[in-house]
Design a binder for this molecule. Structure first.
Ligand code: NDP
Length: 330
């Protein structure tokens, strides 16, 4: 398969180029800056760089595009890519509004293109194992979930995320959106309403760098979720508590296949092993399978719409101080 990168980004450099190359060649990189684009292409062995997305979309050899620009660009770049008849893996959050994200998904549906959202956490062996334990009824009826995803944003990622709301900065579009997908993936439920408080704890300049929220699921199960850019030593984790047991997954809200899972029931505590596959490789493998007519991407466009809807409800609830229903855009 022949790919193009839209966005000379860190995430592509650190994870996605390697994953895409498992399935062919990365032929192009599109950057807003000609020099940056050329340097990036040279550094990563990509044959061609351009500032003109249309040039890439006119290349009949390119079959799929990976979009990892800042968030405000995703919508127009995805719509242009879809109009050119190419499949898309788009970074989260899909767009700046639910309505825009819904429009992107609808545009891809009509011509039958595969449109995926890069929610890597649901590609991890740890999350898939937790999901299996829940689905097998090992903890009975789910009562509540706790998501701890308060991390320290490394200096090389502190740019637009901490000071530019216009391009999608803030911890809510950055991390809450992943946690929303994680909860949906584990429970199969779409949060109904949320309450939240957000704040600045040392990094954000004009955007929130920390947020705590509580969500209600249709079953009545409750979720507490904590995201931050400023917590150096908190570690990450995921807990699912049920009538017959609890699952403690520690260190699993991450880009690497690490962490540990403990299942606690009346029988005692059991360490549960899980596969250690590269999360981004799994995401691309499943995207390519979907393009080839085998299955669906790990997270499709609808998943991206819904994770964004929850995150934006959290932001609205924090701003208003009120409980907000999640608006999934019809
Ligand atoms: P980056 O800041 O690395 O890249 C975003 C854009 O910023 C690039 O497209 C590039 O513009 C520009 N840029 C990058 N580096 C520089 C630089 N040194 N100087 C000037 N401009 C620069 O962002 P990330 O890779 O962290 O995130 C990109 C997208 O991916 C976001 O939507 C984010 O939410 C998502 N993401 C997803 C992750 C996941 O695991 N699913 C993890 C991390 C990010 P240009 O292309 O015009 O050159």
């Amino acid at each position: 398969m022949h790919w193009a990168l839209v966005g000379a980004s860190t995430i592509a450099a650190e994870h996605m180029i390697r994953a895409l190359r498992r399935h062919g060649e990365v032929d192009w990189v599109v950057s807003g800056d000609a020099v940056r684009g050329r340097d990036y292409a040279a550094r990563h062995g990509i044959a061609q760089a351009t500032t003109d997305l249309a040039e890439v979309l006119a290349d009949p050899g390119v079959e799929a595009v990976y979009i990892s620009t800042t968030n405000e660009k995703h919508r127009d770049q995805a719509l242009a890519t879809i109009a050119a008849g190419k499949h898309v893996i788009c970074e989260k959050p899909l767009a700046m509004s639910v309505a825009d994200a819904v429009g992107m998904v609808a545009a891809a549906k009509a011509p039958g293109l595969v449109f995926a959202t890069n929610h890597h956490l649901r590609c991890s062996g740890s999350h898939r194992t937790v999901r299996r334990l829940v689905a097998e009824g090992r903890i009975g009826r789910v009562l509540s979930l706790r998501v701890h995803h308060a991390v320290f944003l490394p200096p090389h990622l502190q740019g637009w995320r901490i000071d530019n709301p216009g391009v999608g900065g803030g911890v809510i579009p950055d991390i809450t959106v992943h946690d929303a997908d994680c909860v949906r993936f584990l429970t199969g439920e779409d949060p109904v309403s949320v309450v939240a408080q957000a704040g600045v704890s040392g990094m954000g300049q004009g955007v929130e760098d920390s947020v705590m929220s509580v969500w209600t699921l249709p079953s009545g199960a409750m979720v507490s979720s904590h995201e931050s850019f400023t917590h150096r030593f908190a570690g990450t984790g995921l807990e699912v508590h049920g009538t017959e047991g609890s699952i403690f997954a520690r260190g699993v809200m991450t880009q690497a296949p690490v962490g540990e899972i403990a299942l606690v029931t009346a029988k005692g505590t059991e360490a549960v092993p899980f596969p250690g596959d590269d999360l981004y490789a799994v995401a691309v493998d499943e995207f390519v399978a979907a393009v080839e007519g085998r299955g669906r991407p790990a997270a499709d466009g609808v998943d991206g719409v819904k994770s964004l809807a929850v995150a934006l409800a959290v932001r609205e609830a924090a701003a208003s101080g009120r409980r907000c229903d999640v608006d999934y855009g019809g």
